[in-house]
Design a protein around this ligand. Structure first.
Ligand SMILES: NC(=O)c1ccc[n+]([C@@H]2O[C@H](COP(=O)([O-])OP(=O)(O)OC[C@H]3O[C@@H](n4cnc5c(N)ncnc54)[C@H](OP(=O)(O)O)[C@@H]3O)[C@@H](O)[C@H]2O)c1
Length: 310
């Protein structure tokens, strides 16, 4: 078969021949890959920088995607940590890691949307006690996951959603998706009274935002949940001790590992239904898997989520 293969961590994957996968037990089966998203997590897997990286090469990256099984049905799968990912013509589907998709669904939209959308969906539904009527600020709201978070928070009943980021033009577009207010990162004092922060940035911006928001908060003892989801601005953040003492701030993380795998899967069908019904705005761009090297080079500049199609 053909696959996107990483043979060294300092270069992009190359489209080349690779041995077909073989099921090693009844708990897995070989499936055809239909579409797989080029998410930030896939990039960090491919360059060896993700914290789960084992340095094992060669590696086929790809953490999720839409696959077609021997029964000809489409499924969305989230793979376990593996060196045989979804950027290939075929991969191994482990038992209990996928859900069946409606027959009429667009595989490219699903492959583009599930990873960014589920980040806020699972965070709000499984990591905190989020209630309709609460208010939410989103740090890094202009990315794929942030744009989804604006829509997901509204979908789950948020009374007010504030999108925060660094690109003013992209921030303004969030109003069409339901954002009630948009602010740049140095204006986060305006979001001081929210109940929940969904943070895709971390790094120095999160540390600064925490101090700005806690300082400007009207009632400091009112609980605020800070959900750490992404780290595009840095893997560690300088958190001021006073921010934790001077307020009722609770910091939690959300991602694979923080929620049992079964719970993740239980959340996915509703999300698929919303995507299939066109209720979430999805930015997707299908690219042939054979062009993976070129896609790698321009993925950083595009606001559309690239989806590789074998
Ligand atoms: N834990 C989970 O379940 C989960 C799931 C999905 C994603 N994630 C993580 O969430 C993060 C975002 O994912 P994504 O899909 O939204 O990525 P994306 O589409 O590539 O968007 C990244 C966004 O981050 C912003 N950004 C990058 N560097 C920045 C910096 N130094 N300061 C401020 N903003 C910066 C960019 O803002 P501009 O608009 O200004 O360029 C861009 O909009 C990634 O770390 C990803 O791994 C986690």
């Amino acid at each position: 078969m053909h696959a996107a293969v990483v043979t060294a961590f300092d270069g992009p994957p190359r489209y080349q021949e690779f041995p077909d996968p073989h099921a090693r037990s009844d708990d897995e089966q070989v499936v055809e890959v239909v579409a797989a998203g080029l998410h930030p997590r896939v990039r960090s897997q491919a360059d060896g920088s993700h914290y789960t990286s084992t340095d094992e090469l060669p590696l086929i990256p790809g953490i999720d995607g839409v696959v077609r099984g021997p029964d000809d049905r489409l499924r969305y799968v989230i793979l376990e940590d593996t060196t045989r990912g979804t950027l290939a013509e075929r991969t191994l589907l482990p038992r209990g890691r996928s859900i069946e998709l409606p027959a009429a669904v667009d595989p490219v939209r699903v492959a583009a949307a599930m990873n960014p959308a589920m980040s806020s969906w699972v965070a709000l539904r499984r990591r905190i006690d989020f209630r309709p009527g609460q208010s939410v600020a989103i740090l890094g709201a202009t990315g794929n996951a942030g744009r989804m978070a604006v829509q997901v928070a509204k979908w789950l009943g948020a009374a007010a959603v504030i999108g925060a980021g660094r690109d003013i033009t992209a921030l303004e577009e969030l109003r069409h998706l339901g954002a009630d207010e948009v602010v740049t990162l140095d204006q986060l004092g305006h979001a001081a009274n929210v109940d929940v922060v969904i943070d895709y940035l971390w790094g120095e911006p999160a540390g600064t935002a925490m101090v700005d928001m806690i300082t400007a908060r009207a009632e400091r003892s009112r609980p605020i949940s800070w959900i750490q989801i992404g780290s595009v601005a840095g893997p560690t953040a300088p958190i001021a001790s006073a921010a934790l003492r001077a307020s009722c701030l609770q910091v939690v993380g959300s991602g694979i590992g923080s929620v049992p795998g079964r719970d993740w899967l239980d959340e996915l069908p509703q999300l698929v239904a919303a995507i299939a019904a066109g209720e979430l705005d999805v930015r997707a761009r299908a690219v042939p898997l054979a062009d993976v090297e070129e896609a790698w080079a321009d993925a950083g500049d595009s606001r559309d989520r690239i989806v590789l199609v074998p």
